[in-house]
Design a protein around this ligand. Sequence first.
Ligand code: NAD
Length: 271
Amino acid sequence: MNNRNVLKIGFIGAGKMAYALANGWLSTGLLKSRYLIASAHPSDEVSLKLFKSLGAEAVTENRSVVEKSQIIFISVKPAVVKHVLDDVKNISNGKLFVSIAMGVTLNEIEEILPSDSRVIRVMPNTPAIVQAACSCFVKGKTATHNDAELIRELFEKIGTCEEVSENMIDAITALSGSGPAYVFVMIEALADGGVKMGLPRDLAYKLATQTVLGSAKLVKDTNTHPAILKDNVTSPSGSTASGLHHLEKNNFRGALIGCVEAATLRCREIS
Ligand code: NAD
């Protein structure tokens, strides 16, 4: 498909992740809002209003999403996935379904949908909204090479995208799916440290945010091991060495490793 402007995309579940993806793609100009449709629970006026504000169609009927779309994103909470698939399975023939739900396996989805439905599982993250997402996908049994390339192309427009095997998805969910939350806490805490030591709040947030952004960009753009970059900014007997010693004494690395482990185990528990 060369002209993505006529690609019709639907979201069953119009929440935070769906909004981030839709907004990301609209901002790139890759998609047009008149070809976007999303459904939400009837009580969820906030999500419906947000999608309408994008110029998209917002409905409470999941079947309308399937009828009007070529690619249907399953973007409800994991516990609701089975229910919404049951609702639309008899009109889903030949369509491409993309599930972003954590902990719901391809097999579970493929067992509900008719055998000619193609399924892909993606784990994105919310920086999609600013075209800086980190997404991984797994192709289902009947999804084609073209389906996979289309998904890769869509997600690369709003960040990075890797094809992976399904046994990695829980750890990916824990690292990059949930990862923005860990980084937000780190930005907040760094800023709190600055405020504790006398900086104005606005300046502290600005400095903490740009420091995280700039450091990530330095690792990425120079493809240099983070330990080398850390050594480069740590002078003998300097203030950075004192700060790092404090982090080590307080198990900073162990806390982050344990955080990804705990989130992975929780994904496995839910699966
Ligand atoms: P959310 O609570 O913000 O959104 C859920 C949406 O589902 C709401 O719009 C709600 O109205 C709708 N909904 C509920 N019942 C419905 C029904 N029966 N039919 C149609 N819509 C219904 O949740 P979210 O954070 O956007 O997460 C959605 C999915 O995305 C989850 O499965 C989650 O695992 C996955 N995900 C989320 C993130 C994230 O950072 N939020 C990252 C990666 C993956």
